[in-house]
Design a protein around this ligand. Structure first.
Ligand SMILES: Cc1cc2nc3c(=O)[nH]c(=O)nc-3n(C[C@H](O)[C@H](O)[C@H](O)COP(=O)(O)O)c2cc1C
Length: 176
């Protein structure tokens, strides 16, 4: 198991993936990380829709006009959504679950990328949320926040440069 801080330094968005299939146990571990994430009032109202079918992945990659290409290339996409009738903090809940899953993937040597859905539009101006919901048959109250892509990395990314972290954005005692 990798040291958490080192994992945080080394995690980078991975947008190109090899053909190597994901191990079902690893997929389960990634989803379990999402289910382990904290939620406001412990609502746990997230829904994770795992998609592996290449044709559906290709369709999902067109849910917005740009920035979603990795969805069409990945081995697994997980749509992170929340029942907004059950959570007052749906964006936060979905975001934390997404971050947990991405970090778990990294720990397993699997690359990932966050693809924003909320508030984006497809080529024809249709909200990306509507495109994703329609494709996956999601009920209206289940709001997708993002699509996470997963696969073994087919690109080299450098770890974060800890010398360049924005320590100037950190304020001690009061804003200054
Ligand atoms: C809220 C959010 C939305 C993002 N949306 C996209 C996206 O739609 N497409 C994409 O390729 N990357 C997306 N990213 C990935 C960011 O571009 C990436 O995290 C950022 O450039 C920092 O790079 P790193 O993850 O390699 O450290 C998103 C990340 C976050 C946190």
């Amino acid at each position: 198991m990798q040291d958490l801080h080192q994992l945080l330094i080394e995690r980078r968005s991975i947008r190109k993936y090899t053909d190597r299939p994901l191990n079902p146990d690893d997929v389960k571990t990634i989803i379990e990380a999402g289910l382990l994430s904290p939620t406001g009032k412990n609502a746990r109202a997230w829904h994770f829709i795992a998609v592996e079918d290449p044709e559906m992945l290709e369709r999902l990659s067109r849910c917005k006009s740009s920035g979603a290409l990795p969805v069409g290339r990945c081995k697994l996409a997980v749509v992170v959504a929340v029942d907004v009738t059950e959570s007052q903090t749906w964006i936060e809940d979905a975001s934390i679950a997404a971050a947990y899953m991405m970090l778990q993937a990294r720990e397993l040597g699997i690359g990932s990328c966050w693809i924003e859905v909320n508030g984006r539009l497809d080529e024809s101006g249709t909200p990306a949320e509507d495109v994703v919901s329609e494709l996956l048959g999601m009920p209206e109250q289940i709001q997708p926040l993002c699509i996470l892509t997963f696969g073994y990395p087919d690109e080299e990314r450098q770890p974060q440069n800890v010398e360049k972290l924005r320590w100037e954005n950190v304020h001690i005692g009061k804003f200054q």
